[in-house]
Ligand binder design. Structure first.
Ligand code: SAH
Ligand code: CA
Length: 238
């Protein structure tokens, strides 16, 4: 008989994600340390009909740590919305940091813009009102851009995640990080399709395919983290 040792019992992710625990985490160590200007931007987003799309502050806290660990200076943001993760990135990069921020919806960005200005970090941001893919392709047309970015955060249309990945893995330097958000897609990845509401099914399928493909990608190391709606953190190694 094969001698396969049982994995250590790890905490049930559903329990980890229970509202009580999330509340505990947020109240104990996220909200008390969240920059006031990020709180202001977050509050200004609450009334937006799609306000739920804003990056949750616990995810933001992890991103901030990654940015600091990398000493990230050049970053790419795919999916800005009102700018929570963008402002967070700007606050956690040096004064001469540069962020290329891509989103076709400038109206949402304008909600966050006053807070970005108030934080005196607008000079770091190159906002391009456009779907991300053509801009990433354009960046790659100049070989000088390859392997020059420290960090990228992808938080946009799930059907394009693998397309973004194929481009970002070239733009990011070896040792740099690309983080993909919403890789648990509301928990639907662990449900049979029948139990998933119709509007969520298509992106669920894209997310499943992406999660499988990325886990096989030998160009990177990764951690699939059950935080927020799932964050897949990839470090380019070749
Ligand atoms: N990171 C943001 C949340 C992003 S929500 C925050 O912290 O608040 C998803 C965003 O992706 C939306 O603003 C949407 O306009 C944008 N989006 C949709 N399709 C896109 C595309 N093809 N390229 C770039 N952004 C896109
Ligand atoms: Ca998200």
């Amino acid at each position: 008989m094969e001698n396969i040792s049982k994995p250590a019992v790890s905490p049930n992710p559903m329990i980890l994600k229970s509202e009580g625990l999330l509340k505990y985490i947020l109240e104990t160590s996220v909200y008390p340390r969240e920059a006031e200007i990020l709180k202001e931007l977050r509050n200004a987003t609450t009334n937006h009909p799609l306000g739920f799309m804003g990056t949750s502050p616990d995810v933001g806290q992890l991103m901030a740590l990654l940015l600091k660990l990398l000493n990230a200076k050049k970053t790419i943001e795919v999916g800005v919305f009102t700018g929570y993760s963008l402002l967070l990135t700007a606050l956690n990069t040096p004064h001469d940091g540069k962020i290329i921020a891509l989103d076709p919806d400038r109206k949402a960005y304008e909600i966050g813009l006053p807070f970005i200005k108030k934080a005196s970090v607008l000079h770091k941001i190159d906002y391009i009102e456009s779907p991300a893919l053509p801009v990433l392709d354009k960046l790659l047309q100049d070989p000088a851009n390859e392997g020059t970015f420290d960090f990228a955060f992808v938080d946009a249309d799930k059907n394009n995640y693998w397309n973004y990945h194929e481009r970002l893995i070239k733009l990011i330097k070896i040792g740099g990080i690309v983080a993909y958000d919403n890789t648990l897609w509301g928990g639907t990845v662990a449900l049979p399709e029948m139990e998933v509401s119709e509007p969520k099914r298509e992106w669920r399928r894209f997310t499943l395919a992406f999660n499988e493909a990325i886990s096989k990608d030998s160009r990177l190391e990764l951690a699939f983290v059950s935080i927020g709606d799932g964050l897949t953190i990839c470090r380019r190694i070749r």
